[in-house]
Design a protein around this ligand. Structure first.
Ligand SMILES: CC(C)(COP(=O)(O)OP(=O)(O)OC[C@H]1O[C@@H](n2cnc3c(N)ncnc32)[C@H](O)[C@@H]1OP(=O)(O)O)[C@@H](O)C(=O)NCCC(=O)NCCS
Length: 177
């Protein structure tokens, strides 16, 4: 396989400090993810350990270039639906890291037997939307004035989904109205 200049692996508890540094840097950009700087390290530390390291229904993939942590994707499965969030360090965007992380997460969801992968993305984040569409996600709706930002603004979010199980029957009830 072609050397892409980075590798992927699953996160471990000892990765927290490097992970939170990346999260905080992307949060500080103020435009792309739900988290905003300054971030709450204690809350994130608990979530990191409980949700992504110790849990069997969630995992986190890390992308590294040598010792540098350059991207992460966290994915959590509930009732057959896996919900994900991801980010790549600013200097590494547009070089295939996001695609590699997303491919790994979709494969993880398939292996778990999930029937669907979902995510939410800001309407202005066209780069992320392009990545998700390329991987087969489709827009399922727009959540209007859904998230309060710290400056008081209420932002819409686009819900996107990737169906993994296309063979189970849908609801047998007729749609009304
Ligand atoms: C969105 C993000 C995760 C994508 O990761 P990435 O490593 O930059 O993505 P890739 O290099 O694998 O590119 C994947 C696709 O995205 C699209 N893309 C990449 N750069 C783009 C750009 N500048 N403008 C528009 N689309 C772009 C292309 O479709 C690309 O596929 P292609 O290279 O085959 O044409 C990354 O840019 C990022 O972390 N952004 C900030 C945080 C964020 O937005 N997280 C997602 C929140 S929902």
């Amino acid at each position: 396989m072609k050397d892409r200049g980075f590798t992927l692996r699953r996160a471990e508890e000892g990765d927290f400090d490097r992970w939170v540094a990346l999260y905080e840097a992307v949060a500080a950009e103020g435009a792309w993810i739900g988290g905003e700087a300054p971030v709450d390290h204690d809350r994130l530390r608990r979530g990191f350990a409980e949700r992504f390291v110790a849990s069997e229904s969630a995992t986190m993939f890390l992308a590294e270039a040598g010792a540098e942590l350059i991207g992460h994707l966290g994915i959590e499965s509930h009732g057959g639906v896996a919900d994900l969030g991801m980010m790549v360090a600013a200097g590494w965007r547009g070089r295939g890291v996001g695609t590699a992380l997303l491919d790994a997460a979709i494969e993880w969801a398939r292996q778990c037997g999930d029937h669907k992968v979902v995510l939410q993305v800001w309407p202005h984040n066209t780069r992320a939307q392009a990545l998700y569409r390329k991987s087969g996600f489709v827009e399922e709706g727009r959540l209007q004035r859904q998230y309060r930002r710290r400056n008081g603004e209420l932002w819409d979010a686009i819900a996107m989904g990737l169906i993994l199980d296309t063979t189970s029957p849908g609801s047998s009830f007729e749609a009304t109205g």
